[in-house]
Design a protein around this ligand. Sequence first.
Ligand SMILES: [Zn+2]
Ligand SMILES: [Zn+2]
Length: 163
Amino acid sequence: MAVDSIRGSLREKGVRLTRQHLDADRLFQLAKEKDPKLNRVTVYRTLKMLKNGGLVDELDLMHHSGDQHYYETRMKQEHAHVICLRCGKVEEFFGEPLQRLRKQIESHFGFQILLARTEVGGYCAHCQSLRALEMDEARQHGQLADGPAVSDAPHRARPKRGM
Ligand SMILES: [Zn+2]
Ligand SMILES: [Zn+2]
């Protein structure tokens, strides 16, 4: 019913929960394009049902852009999310080391893992080079010299001794 129709219309729209890590609002907008009568509450309720039914995972992706949560279809293979904290790009790492880590944790603690989530935050290659440029520019304008020239700093940095 509601669940199937939303999943169905998302699929028809070519929206793949899996790769895109969409938040609830975006999912709502996309589903609404397909079915204008759809309301927000229905979408939120459906997401909750999918989540409780174990069909969809809710992720916060390191809250890289605020409080929203993201959804993706649960995949058979465990994977880590690698999130750029600057541009918000999300990559997925599938790999045997994750399975190994899981086994190690299970045997170390005598623990039975039901689900595991791995999130890694940092800067993608593109953002690294942009950051390098920004740093250069800031340095040229003397902004990065010896701490920020803001007056609300609790105390000034010690003066540098002869360099
Ligand atoms: Zn980036
Ligand atoms: Zn994923």
